[in-house]
Write a new protein. Structure first.
Ligand SMILES: [Zn+2]
Length: 70
């Protein structure tokens, strides 16, 4: 089973042998959500949590848009 290094805690993370770029996994050591950013060798990066914040911001934008107090 291939392994890579967790960018958060530097522990080895086991990844599926058929992993593909963009796949997501979780570090069993620190629980970080990781995304595969490279395959040769396998590189892992922390999953971009700002993406979720942007989604929240989109919700706020539409919320403001509905607010017609201006
Ligand atoms: Zn980790």
């Amino acid at each position: 089973m291939p392994t890579s290094i967790c960018p958060e805690c530097s522990e080895e993370v086991y990844v599926d042998a058929e992993v593909e770029q963009g796949d997501q996994t979780v570090c069993e050591e620190c629980g970080s959500s990781l995304v595969v950013v490279g395959l040769d060798p396998i590189e892992l990066d922390l999953r971009d949590e700002e993406g979720y914040e942007q989604n929240d911001r989109d919700d706020f934008d539409s919320y403001d848009f509905d607010d017609d107090r201006y």
